[in-house]
Design a protein around this ligand. Structure first.
Ligand code: SF4
Length: 393
């Protein structure tokens, strides 16, 4: 049996599932978008180019937390099982039982862990309509502006898949931390999974100090609005961390763009002014807390910057470059490479693409579970097939 917890939209992994199935393995698919990736896109009959789903190569698709998966499920074929998310899911991890293999089985020495604090993302619970213009290449082709509904950031497939189901209670959070492996008498660095982690961080540090649990580093993947809302608390939190010799790292902050127009299309809920305020706070804290506070690219952080997008015109590109220069984002914030906008077929942007396809004779090609927004063609045969636009600096 081979079970997959995330396809990441990768065609090579889908190819591996297919190969294993052909060789007689029973195949199981769980993780984000298991339901949608199993079922495929709607409207296949009228739009045969759309993603048809993985029913032919997956025996059991499992949507939701693994708690609901029973051994008898694994003997089933051609089935989609669903189990609801709650904030009381199974959270025990045996970190000593993780192996990799090529020729031989090899135990993985885990150097970076994860601790789950929030189930899903609170921002994903925020419905918001947005009007999107057509992709820039289709401006001349009578493609209308369309109003799309999003919950959370419009490109986020996880927000649509999981939504938000509250926080894990304090005892269960501490149990996860206690269970982490140690190196040189300290817990390994871990990512605290919570898009709004700062409000509960001082309590977490107080508890680890009280129970004499020695941490090394907490990595945060969070939103700009959380940093701005707690700008005045961060100094106190970092003093606490410094006293325990714990590093706090803003490992990934979802800036995503330096253009207000694109931030609006992304439904990001922040503006350029919010980003500037956030970066000023980070720089101030760095001056004061030095090596106990990490947020820079050269310290290992990798912040979100989405480019290219379907809406990049020369004016927007100039605006973004001007802001990067003006606010010196290239010094510390800008990642090595941007990430092209990815449209998973089950995201809200996937709905936008299907709406364009329904209202015009334009179709977009599919690559595995992705929709290639950069690859439109009209049913009359006109097309401009191309590779994914390259990431940019
Ligand atoms: S991208 Fe991050 S902040 Fe936005 S909805 Fe997804 S998880 Fe939440």
């Amino acid at each position: 049996m081979a079970a997959f917890s995330h396809l990441c939209g990768r065609k090579d992994i889908i190819g591996l599932v297919e190969e294993l199935k052909q060789r007689g393995f029973r195949t199981v698919l769980g993780g984000p978008q298991a339901r949608q990736d199993y079922n495929g896109e709607p409207g296949i009959d009228s739009h045969p180019h759309r993603f048809r789903g993985l029913k032919s190569i997956v025996d059991v698709a499992f949507q939701g937390p693994v708690d609901g998966l029973k051994s008898e499920h694994l003997g089933m074929r051609s089935v989609l099982l669903e189990y609801p998310w709650t904030n009381n899911i199974f959270l025990e991890v045996d970190w000593s039982n993780i192996y990799t293999f090529s020729d031989t089985l090899k135990r993985l020495e885990v150097r970076l862990g994860q601790v789950l604090s929030a189930i899903g993302c609170p921002y994903a619970a925020k419905p918001q309509p947005v009007t999107l213009p057509p992709p820039i290449d289709l401006r001349e082709k009578n493609v209308p502006e369309l109003e799309v509904r999003s919950e959370g950031c419009i490109f986020c497939d996880v927000s649509r898949d999981k939504g938000y189901h509250g926080s894990v209670d304090r005892d269960r959070l501490m149990t996860q931390i206690i269970g982490l492996p140690e190196i040189d008498g300290r817990k390994i660095p871990f990512e605290l999974i919570d898009e709004y982690p700062i409000g509960s961080l001082s309590k977490l540090l107080e508890e680890t100090e009280k129970h004499a649990i020695k941490l090394s580093q907490i990595n945060l993947v969070c939103r700009v609005d959380d940093i701005n809302a707690h700008a005045s608390d961060l100094a106190e939190i970092l003093s606490l961390a410094q006293r325990q010799d714990v590093k706090i790292m803003f490992a990934s902050i979802g800036f995503e763009s330096f253009s207000n127009r694109l931030l609006r299309y992304f439904c990001k809920g922040i503006t350029l002014a919010d980003i500037v305020k956030c970066v000023e706070t980070l720089r101030r804290l760095k001056d004061r807390f030095g090596s106990h506070f990490l947020y820079r690219r050269d310290e290992g952080a990798n912040h979100g910057f989405i480019r290219p997008t379907p809406w990049d015109d020369s004016e927007t590109l100039r605006e973004i470059d001007r802001n990067i220069f003006l606010h010196r984002f290239f010094e510390d914030i800008l990642p090595e490479h941007s990430t092209p906008l990815i449209i998973h077929h089950a995201s809200y942007l996937g709905e936008w693409i299907r709406e364009i396809e329904s209202k015009t004779d334009i179709t977009f090609s599919r690559e595995g579970t992705w929709i290639e927004w950069w690859n439109p063609s009209s049913r009359s045969g006109e097309g401009n097939a191309s590779e994914i636009p390259p990431a940019m600096l």
